[in-house]
Design a protein around this ligand. Structure first.
Ligand code: ZN
Length: 456
């Protein structure tokens, strides 16, 4: 077994109305390039930043508290120098740690600090868009406590759940990015940069561990370097060899006042903290008697946990848990949607589950109604009626179809009478197909048998 050591640096864009040091809006995705700009975020000579955005600081504090960090009373902004077209000033403003020495489960958090996001440079076209410049960003740095890509996945899943619960982070592609440090068997540490999604982290780690193992197996040595994660091929390539902290020439930024954190305010934020995923999973499992592994899946998204809790008051909790983690999550995952983004209303889901439980729709009918619900967004009862998916209680209709099937398959009936059970299944299956699954299969079987007896 290879001994793997992994540490992560996670960047999360915070949810705020305005940028970190100016009043420009933060909707950088759905506007023209360089529309949300002012002299400050474009770093024009003579421009001065406002003080640190208060909502951004509050959002950072909430995250740091959720990660059980010790909150520092004060911090400062520094200038981290580098030359690249995405950065109009020649430096990125980044704070000293504000939260430190936290943990999420068994993974220790070294520190949490705040930064400004740079703009977006399109290497191929040679264009740059500064709408993103100045979006508040936090960096969460873990200790090297993860031992496998699976550990990293669990950590990131819980972190994303927490961010959702706190409602403090932007929720869109590219709003979370990560760098991963990974070494094997006490070897040199390699940094993989620019991973643009949490699922990318797991893929990058899996690739990097095998790459390092192969280097060692061939008698080589893993060298200290920074590598780039290529999302298209799920692989990493050399970006640059060796890089030290001093390269950035960190300097305190004289333009931004020191950040002071008010104790009483932090205590207040702590009191208002919502119930977090870990605690919620334990409570749901205890209060509703559902399996812990189901509870853990339900709490990954706060909207789903809330849906479960409200539905569980009216039906058997374990059944609802299985329905949510089964058919519902399957359709959401297939569309890469959260419940929140899906636009599905609780009343519709509740109604559909009720119909399913009462036997008004079959397994298949329920699934088809659910699929249609994503498009039609209206009462599942109406949808199922329109699509003719409701189970029929009309014995005349069932009887007519059974007559047709029994009359139409004399050979199968003869085979069954001669002792071939499979021939009966064929006839019953045909009837169910003609009824489009809208009749109980047991009932159909009984009626087919009855019909065969009558024919004698
Ligand atoms: Zn601005």
């Amino acid at each position: 077994m290879v001994n793997v050591i992994i540490g992560l640096e996670i960047h999360v864009q915070l949810k705020t109305k305005s940028k970190i040091f100016c009043s420009c809006p933060t909707n950088y995705r759905d506007v023209e390039p360089n529309e949300n700009l002012c002299p400050t975020c474009a770093a024009q000579p003579g421009s001065k930043p406002f003080g640190l955005n208060k909502t951004a600081l509050d959002n950072l504090l909430k995250i740091a508290l959720a990660l059980n960090c010790r909150i520092r009373d004060s911090s400062i902004m520094q200038r981290k120098h580098y030359l690249y077209p995405d950065n109009p000033s020649g430096y990125q403003r980044t704070s000293k740690p504000i939260g430190a020495e936290g943990n999420l489960g068994t993974i220790r958090i070294r520190e949490v600090h705040i930064e400004e996001d740079p703009g977006r440079y399109e290497l191929r076209e040679g264009t740059v868009d500064y709408n993103r410049a100045g979006i508040p960003l936090i960096e969460i740095v873990t200790e090297p406590d993860m031992r496998s890509p699976e550990d990293a996945r669990e950590f990131l899943d819980e972190l994303s759940a927490i961010l959702g619960y706190l409602d403090v982070a932007r929720d869109e592609p590219g709003s979370m990015r990560a760098d991963a440090n990974v070494s094997i068997d006490g070897g040199t540490r390699v940094e993989v940069k620019n991973i643009n999604s949490f699922s990318g982290v797991v893929a990058a780690l899996a690739y990097e561990i095998i790459r390092q193992q192969n280097v060692v197996r061939r008698g080589g040595k893993v060298i200290m370097e920074t590598r780039h994660f290529e999302e298209a091929s799920n692989s990493t390539t050399t970006l640059r060899k060796k890089e030290t902290e001093e390269d950035y020439r960190y300097l305190p930024d004289p333009d931004v006042p020191p950040i002071s954190v008010n104790r009483a305010h932090v205590a207040e934020l702590g009191r208002k903290m919502p119930e977090l995923p870990r605690a919620k999973a334990a409570r749901l499992s205890k209060d509703f008697g559902i399996r812990p592994e189901d509870a853990w899946i339900l709490v990954a998204e706060v909207e789903i946990a809330n849906l479960f809790e409200r539905m569980a008051k009216r039906a058997i909790p374990q059944k609802i848990a299985l329905w949510i983690r089964g058919p519902l999550k399957k359709q959401l995952n297939y569309r890469e949607l959260t419940l929140k983004r899906s636009g599905l209303k609780e009343e519709w889901l509740s109604e559909l589950f009720g119909m399913f439980e009462a036997g008004e729709v079959s397994d298949k009918g329920m699934e088809q109604t659910l699929i249609a619900l994503f498009e039609k967004k209206k009462s599942p009862k109406t949808i199922a009626t329109e699509m003719d998916l409701l189970m029929t209680k009309d014995t005349k209709e069932i009887g007519r179809i059974i007559d047709t099937v029994v009359e139409g398959n004399p050979k199968s009936i003869a085979d069954y009478k001669a002792g071939n059970e499979k021939a009966l299944n064929f006839v019953v299956g045909n009837a169910i197909k003609l009824l489009k699954g809208r009749a109980d299969s047991k009932l159909v079987r009984e009626l087919v048998l009855k019909k065969i007896k009558e024919k004698k």
